[in-house]
Design a protein around this ligand. Structure first.
Ligand code: COA
Length: 171
């Protein structure tokens, strides 16, 4: 008899997208630190959660997933500023990247933005972060401008990307 354990790979369907709560923040900060994002830290996420115009979502492992594991696979932080939805941060645990969690988080935040009357979504991304840019392009974002030397440590240009998500009702 074989002693090899067949471990089922983690799948997108093991996760559900839901609102972030303050109970999630320790994990959110852990994910932020592990995937090389600009660091906001616990206090900034907590303050953001309290803002009525923020939309903060997580990809949460379903309790009935095959291995009974819990925990977060990733998160997204966005904020409504008038009719624009600003996507401020998105991160997926390195080991669970490329199974669709980033795409699901982005789709969910854009849908929530539409419900809350946003007409466009906008974000900035490091010029060298081609993986994130590919994700955004897949969701309809296009480059609208570039800010020279916008980022620090290391210094790098920012690419500004935007997508229209709903027709404006403004006259
Ligand atoms: C960017 C990030 C959130 C993507 O999350 P993810 O869960 O891996 O993304 P998905 O599996 O949903 O992939 C969606 C699409 O993004 C693109 N993409 C994702 N990873 C990619 C890679 N390694 N290479 C090229 N394209 C990639 C592809 O278009 C992919 O679609 P496909 O798999 O059908 O080709 C994740 O890589 C991450 O956390 N990176 C570090 C943090 C970061 O850079 N955040 C963005 C700051 S602006």
């Amino acid at each position: 008899m074989s002693c090899v354990k067949h471990v089922k790979a983690v799948a997108r369907s093991d996760y559900a997208i839901s609102r972030m709560t303050d109970h999630d923040l320790i994990e959110v900060v852990e994910i932020e630190e592990s995937c090389g994002l600009s660091l906001w830290g616990w206090d900034s996420y907590h303050a953001e959660l309290l803002r009525p115009e923020s939309i903060m979502l997580v990809a949460r492992r379903a309790v009935d997933s095959h291995d009974g594991q819990r925990g977060l696979g990733g998160f997204i932080a966005a904020r409504l500023v008038a009719e624009d939805l600003h996507i401020n941060n998105i991160g997926v645990r390195t080991e669970f990247q490329r199974i669709g969690l980033g795409g699901s988080l982005l789709t969910a935040v854009l849908s929530t933005g539409v419900v809350q009357d946003a007409t466009a979504a906008i974000l900035e991304v490091r010029a060298g972060n081609v993986v994130a840019q590919a994700l955004y392009e897949r969701h309809g974002f296009a480059t609208i401008s570039r800010r020279r030397n916008y980022y620090r440590q290391p210094t790098e240009d920012a690419i500004i990307m935007k997508v229209l998500i709903k027709e404006s009702t403004a006259p």
